[in-house]
Design a protein around this ligand. Structure first.
Ligand code: SAH
Length: 217
């Protein structure tokens, strides 16, 4: 299969709705086929989520592009991703921002993602197994934070880890469907923008959903 041609076709279709050239350029550069299990490789450039184990998924390319676009990155930023999963979105971010911190609840997904990212030569990403507290305070504050899982509310813990004028992009809603929100911090004020409906696996932990175990391991 010609992955390069498939990737170019994906970028072309994303162009219909994504306008940030930096984001499109990053999608053009990251080999999504290396972030999915071998059995899923032939589907790597279909615009849909794919299973990566533990009932988790590598997200749909369009939604990833939409979220990264909403982070409004110009280059030079330090960003946080909550929910490393396969590591694909972290790689996209690493092409645009200066430095990426990413955290993942499942230690073996974090290890796998870190190994692929290392193999591909990304030197500006640090992958951590998540602690009970949401996010990663050790490297805060961040210019932008993206949450790759659905939350029941906007977690104060993540707002605290944002710089002033920082952007938090997070799906908020029920366990099964959410609205994608962009929250901008302006001193003690926050502005909210709704980017539309989406479906994510649940954000689990303190300030989010309870763990119900692997739904579909
Ligand atoms: N961005 C990923 C897709 C992530 S799927 C990619 O590009 O492949 C969402 C991930 O969030 C899952 O792997 C899940 O285990 C993780 N997750 C859920 N709650 C979390 C939390 N509180 N902290 C860190 N990771 C979390």
């Amino acid at each position: 299969m010609d992955f390069t041609a498939a990737r170019a076709r994906l970028v072309l279709s994303l162009r219909r709705e994504i306008t940030d050239e930096g984001v499109l350029d990053a999608v053009e550069k990251v080999p999504r086929e290396l972030f999915v299990p071998p059995s899923q490789r032939e589907y790597a450039y279909e615009d849909r989520p794919l299973p990566i184990g533990h009932g988790q998924t590598i997200s749909q390319p369009f939604i990833i592009a939409l979220m990264v676009q909403a982070m409004e990155l110009k280059g030079g930023e330090k960003v946080l991703e909550v929910g490393t999963g396969s590591g694909y979105q972290a790689a996209i971010l690493a092409h645009i921002a200066d430095y990426v911190v990413t955290v993942e609840r499942y230690g073996d997904l974090a290890d796998k993602a870190a190994a692929v990212l290392r193999r591909l030569g990304y030197a500006n990403i640090e992958v951590h197994e998540a602690k009970s507290r949401l996010g990663w305070r050790e490297a805060a504050p961040y210019d932008a934070i993206v949450v790759a899982a659905g939350a029941p509310m906007v977690p104060q813990e993540l707002l605290d880890q944002l710089k002033n004028m920082g952007r938090l992009v997070i799906p908020v809603g029920s366990r099964y469907e959410q609205d994608l929100l962009q929250v901008v911090k302006n001193d003690d004020d926050f502005t909210y923008r709704n980017l539309g409906p989406c479906r994510w696996v649940p954000l689990v932990g303190e300030g989010a959903w309870d763990d119900v175990g692997d739904v579909n391991p």
